[in-house]
Ligand binder design. Structure first.
Ligand code: G3P
Ligand code: CA
Length: 286
C-alpha cells in the first residue's frame, strides 16, 4: 500500500553531504535544493539555550579538545545508557559554545530560534509551508540534570507561533513534527502538545508494534533497512504502519537515486537525506 501523497524529501541536518551538518549554510543549501522539509537535532547548553547538534558531546565537530582553557571540563558521563568521555554542551554556556571553532571549517553552532526564523522566511517566500522535524536528543537525561528541555522546546515553538504553521497550505505531511528515539518522551509529548509526533525506531526495537505506536504517535521513523534492504522486496513495515494510520519517514539516505527509488517504491511518506538533491531528482521522474 503506497503513500497517498508524493513523498517528502527532508534535509537531514541540512545538506551535510555538501556543507557541515546543522550549520545555517547547510540548511540554506537544502532549501535551495528544493527540500519539502528540514530535520534537526536539539540539545541544551548550561544556560538553557536550545542548540542544534547531533551529540551533546562536542569533540566530533568542534576544536574543543585543543582549547587549553576548557581542558578541565573534560569528563566521563553516561548519557541515554551510553558512556562518553569528552566535553558536553550542558557544561558550556551558549557564548562559550560560540567561541569554539570547527576542526576544518568555521561554521558557528546555531539555535532552534535561528532555524525557526529560516523556516518561516522560506515558507513565506514559497507561499506554502516548509516542514520541520525537530528531534530531541536525550530528553530524559537533560531533565535528570535539571535542564528543562521539553519546556524550553514547547516555549520556543509557541513563541514562533508554530501551531498556526501547521494550517498553512502544503502537503499533509509537510508540517512541524516532534520526534525522538526516547519512547517515554514521545508518549509524554502526546499529552502535552497537539503537534504531530514521530516515534524514531532503530533495530534495537525488535518487533515494531504499529498498533501500539499509533496510540500515541502519528508516524514512525525507522532506519531505512527496516523498510527495504538493497536487492530485496519491502519488509512490509511501511504497509503495516499505513494500516494503522501512521506515516513513515525513513533515515538516512546518502546514496544515489536507486536507493531513493527503492524506498519510494516501498511506499514511504518521506526520506531524511544527506544529499537532498538526489531523492529530489529521483522524484522528478516518477
Ligand atoms: O531523523 C531521523 C534521524 O536523524 C535519526 O538518526 O542519528 O541521524 O539523529 P540520527
Ligand atoms: Ca536526527
Amino acid at each position: 500500500m503506497a503513500s497517498a501523497h508524493r513523498p517528502l524529501v527532508i534535509g537531514h541536518r541540512g545538506a551535510p553531504g555538501y556543507l557541515p551538518e546543522h550549520s545555517l549554510e547547510s540548511y540554506r543549501l537544502a532549501l535551495r535544493q528544493g527540500v519539502d522539509a528540514l530535520e534537526t537535532d536539539v540539545v541544551m547548553t548550561k544556560d538553557g539555550v536550545m542548540v542544534l547538534r547531533h551529540e551533546n558531546e562536542l569533540t566530533r565537530t568542534t576544536d574543543v579538545a585543543s582549547r587549553p582553557e576548557f581542558a578541565q571540563r573534560r569528563t566521563t558521563k553516561v548519557v541515554s545508557g551510553k558512556k562518553w568521555t569528552g566535553w558536553f554542551t550542558e557544561d558550556f554556556t551558549f557564548p562559550e559554545l560560540l567561541s569554539l571553532g570547527a576542526p576544518t571549517e568555521s561554521q558557528p553552532i546555531i539555535t532552534l530560534d535561528t532555524l525557526l526564523l529560516l523556516v518561516a522566511d522560506e515558507s513565506q517566500r514559497r507561499g506554502r509551508r516548509v516542514g520541520l522535524h525537530v528531534e530531541v536528543k536525550h530528553p530524559t537525561y537533560f531533565a535528570s540534570i535539571g535542564l528543562p528541555i521539553t519546556e524550553v522546546l514547547l516555549q520556543t515553538l509557541a513563541d514562533h507561533g508554530v501551531d498556526a504553521w501547521n494550517s498553512l497550505p502544503g502537503l499533509p505531511t509537510q508540517r512541524v513534527w516532534l520526534q525522538s528515539f526516547d519512547e517515554a518522551w514521545v508518549r509524554e509529548m502526546s499529552t502535552r502538545t497537539d503537534l504531530p509526533l514521530v516515534q524514531l525506531i532503530d533495530k534495537k526495537w525488535g518487533a515494531v508494534d504499529c498498533a501500539e505506536i499509533a496510540t500515541y504517535a502519528q508516524a514512525i521513523g525507522p532506519k531505512k533497512s527496516m523498510v527495504r534492504k538493497k536487492g530485496q522486496p519491502p519488509t512490509g513495515l511501511a504497509d503495516e504502519a499505513h494500516r494503522h494510520g501512521l506515516k513513515v519517514f525513513v533515515w538516512t539516505l546518502k546514496a544515489g537515486r536507486d536507493q531513493a527509488d527503492r524506498l519510494f517504491e516501498a511506499g514511504v511518506d518521506g526520506v531524511f537525506a544527506d544529499y537532498p538533491n538526489r531523492p529530489i531528482a529521483a522524484l522528478a521522474d516518477i
